[in-house]
Ligand binder design. Structure first.
Ligand code: GUN
Ligand code: ZN
Length: 432
């Protein structure tokens, strides 16, 4: 394949603005050019510098007037919950029993899983999400279907079948033994194939027996480069339940820790009701957490403290947590994240939002050497943001005075309509 060049404004985060300051955290090329060769970024910079260096005949795709940014990274989403997103009225535990588990039971059927995986991945692409950390159901065939469909699209997806052998209905339950075997089979089949990766996925402590948690810890030891993905401290009733199940544990995090599930490859979803010492232990273990504002608001779970996570130096990504989350759109998720931070007395600046949605997510998933920014050598997953996607966005953009304001307005008013093109490893996979 020969190189292709893309002309547009180019913006990407190169570091965490909370650590290095906004001025040192990003690159912006107002009249920019991105060059991609064989699925890999070879250059991103000012058009005037790059264009003269292109080999004769290099095709130039013109996205002038729009902005190219790295593909978004959703650090926690449930693909089997697409058909019950926006279910009314319950908080976490009743929501799981009333809506979620009955829906997940349908994923025993591989044809259903395959059809849903197709829809799910296309919906990610429509929203500019090029990488995600994804929950399956307890059924091995759910994760199998998702991996097969993601492989076809060449997407960098990390996923796992959920481990859940107690306190859930029979039709969404595995056993400690089958969960262990199925996870190992899926690792053998998919982990490292193309751009795919596996995450050992205990549903949450109340749904996993001690034997299942012990076996999960052993899988992590046997396969040190797979991720661990679970829920932690989301809802007050859930936390009380865990306390009752594990009266001798110091706290919820300690339960995972006891079974060897707190490592630098762990990603903990939610962490809404954490004590400082829990953040401290997450930081010591170099584990990651993820921030899901639409979900935490929708289920009435609470307000995540980004400042507290930052204070302890914990790696943080952003995610939707569909179907408790109410949108696939990472732009809409930035919008809600801003409001949650506001309620906590903090101002989430748009550079930090874009960091969480791209490079921060890549850091949380240990893949910043592959995706999350447009530095040369990274895989060319990127999207084109259309500043004129809606009449209101178009009108408001005209009065933006600088990049800060442009990014902020995009994150407040943008949604799937603002994603005009999504490229996966240099191939166009979605065009609005
Ligand atoms: N905790 C255990 N399972 C789930 C789930 O499916 N969604 C959310 N938001 N929290 C959970
Ligand atoms: Zn979740």
């Amino acid at each position: 394949m020969t190189a292709t060049a893309y002309k547009a404004a180019i913006f990407h985060m190169t570091d965490d603005p909370s650590i290095v300051g906004v001025a040192n955290s990003h690159e912006y090329f107002k009249e920019g050019m991105l060059v991609v060769d064989n699925g890999i970024v070879t250059a991103a910079g000012h058009c005037v510098d790059i264009e003269p260096t292109l080999a004769n005949g290099t095709p130039i795709v013109d996205h002038t007037g729009s902005m190219i940014v790295p593909g978004f990274i959703d650090t926690h989403i449930h693909f089997p919950q697409v058909d019950m997103i926006a279910s009314f009225g319950e908080q976490l535990l009743d929501w799981l029993n009333t809506y979620t588990f009955p829906e997940e039971a349908k994923f025993a059927d591989p044809a259903h899983a395959a059809e849903c995986a197709d829809f799910f991945l296309d919906e990610l692409l429509r929203n500019g999400t090029t990488t995600a950390l994804v929950y399956g159901t307890a059924h091995k065939q759910s994760a199998d279907a998702l991996f097969a469909k993601a492989f076809k699209r060449d997407m960098r997806i990390v996923a796992g079948k959920a481990l859940m052998d107690r306190n859930v209905p029979e039709n969404v339950r595995d056993t400690a033994e089958s969960g262990d075997k199925d996870s190992r089979d899926l690792i053998a089949k998919w982990h490292g194939k193309g751009r795919l990766g596996y995450a050992v996925t205990p549903r949450f402590a109340p749904a996993c027996s001690d034997e299942q948690m012990t076996r999960a810890g052993q899988i992590l030891k046997d396969f040190p480069d797979v991720l661990m993905h679970t829920h932690l401290s989301e809802n007050v009733s859930e936390i009380d339940w865990v306390q009752g199940l594990y009266p001798n544990s110091k706290d919820y995090l300690d339960v995972y820790d006891q079974f060897g599930l707190l490592t630098d490859r762990s990603v903990f979803a939610h962490c809404v009701h954490m004590e400082g010492h829990e953040f401290q232990r997450l930081a010591e273990a170099n584990a990651a957490v993820a921030f899901y504002p639409t979900s935490n608001l929708f289920l009435g779970s609470g307000l995540f403290s980004l400042k507290e996570a930052e204070k302890y130096g914990v790696r943080v990504g952003l995610g939707t947590d569909v179907g408790a989350g109410t949108s696939f759109s990472i732009l809409q998720t930035m919008n809600e994240a801003y409001k949650v931070c506001h309620l906590k007395g903090d101002k989430l600046n748009p550079y930090k939002s874009f960091y969480l949605a791209t490079l921060g997510g890549a850091n949380a998933l240990h893949m910043a050497d592959k995706v999350g920014s447009l530095k040369a050598g990274n895989e060319a997953d990127f999207l084109v943001l259309d500043f004129a996607a809606t009449p209101l966005l178009k009108r408001r953009m005209k009065s933006c005075k600088n990049l800060d304001e442009t990014l902020f307005v995009l994150s407040m008013l943008g949604d799937d309509r603002a994603i005009s093109h999504t490229y996966i490893a240099g191939h166009l996979q979605h065009k609005r």
